[in-house]
Ligand binder design. Sequence first.
Ligand SMILES: [Zn+2]
Length: 392
Amino acid sequence: MTERIYDRDSHQKTFQAAVLRCEAVGEGWRVALDRTCFFPEGGGQFGDRGTLTPAGGAPIPVTDTQEEGDLVWHNVTAPIPAGTEVTGELDWALRFARMQCHSGEHIVSGLFHARDGVDNVGFHLGDEEVILDLSGPVSWEEVQEVERLANEAVSMDLPVSCEYPPEEELKTLTYRSKLDLTEHVRIVTIPGYDVCACCAPHVNRTGEIGLIHFLSSQNWKGGVRLRMLCGSRAVADVMAKQNSVAAISARLSAHQSQVAQAVERQSGELEAVKQENARLGKLAAQALAETLPAGEEALCFAELPTPALRALVNAAVEKGVPLCAAFAPEGERFAYILGAGEGLDLRPLVKEMNAALSGRGGGSAAMVQGSVAASRQDIEAWWAARKTVNKS
Ligand SMILES: [Zn+2]
């Protein structure tokens, strides 16, 4: 079996061990050691990474750690024969960041349990952020109040204990647990905040967590899904967002605490500009339609957005143009809208045009819309030479 050093000392980063077994697995290998600091994936936390260095050899990366029965298996990129003495070293920055997140999660889950009567029913400690699913609805205001209280627990620098209480004591103990275990239960206690059954390594004191920071809350299966960050990850996030807010603030000439209102104001202005733009486009379309002689087919090219192009075609058909084809440049292509008066079916025509001018699009007998990959000259040449529109 593997002695689990991380179980009693979560801060030991290096260790000496002997290889018990070595097996090929997938595209690499896995080795079981007689003792290890590497925490195997469990309880929502990923397996540790780091290196194993055989005596006199080069470090071999450990890409993952998994548990199987009483053995801890280290996934490695090269085989290490049984009996080899190795020095193991954790990717400590990664492990410590995960411990900060995990211990932070215990504090907030304890607070939600005590204050709101909701439980942590799903916990995922990814490499980016912590995802926490709560069993019942909680308002964002309450989430932020829990954030404030959790950070108070951090600043109190409380001791975090991980112990295996005797069975008798366990019976009298009230603790959060996802499993119905009765023996060999590891209890993680943060005094005044949380008592929880958990197998993972934790920080020694709450001060090590540094910062607990919620990112978002969304409705999730009758409860809420929270995203949060702790420790160095939370600090990095706050710094990145500070840069973002500072840039928006400078751009909008708004105080940093007022950027949301400034963006709101600008969105309103943008909407008004869009509406004005649409109104002007329609006016231009109507003016252009007025220049078209009634009773004659029309081919127009206009730098107009699609709604205005449609207005042009509608206005033309309304004033008695039997068939109006309007084209507008759109990158390398031309967008088109074709409209026809009663008695015409545009669909055979548009099919013929798409085939000849590498186009796509379609519509009804009276109006079709699409685009062609052709030059203005090509369009004009095809239009002049095309077959007559079929009568419907
Ligand atoms: Zn836990």
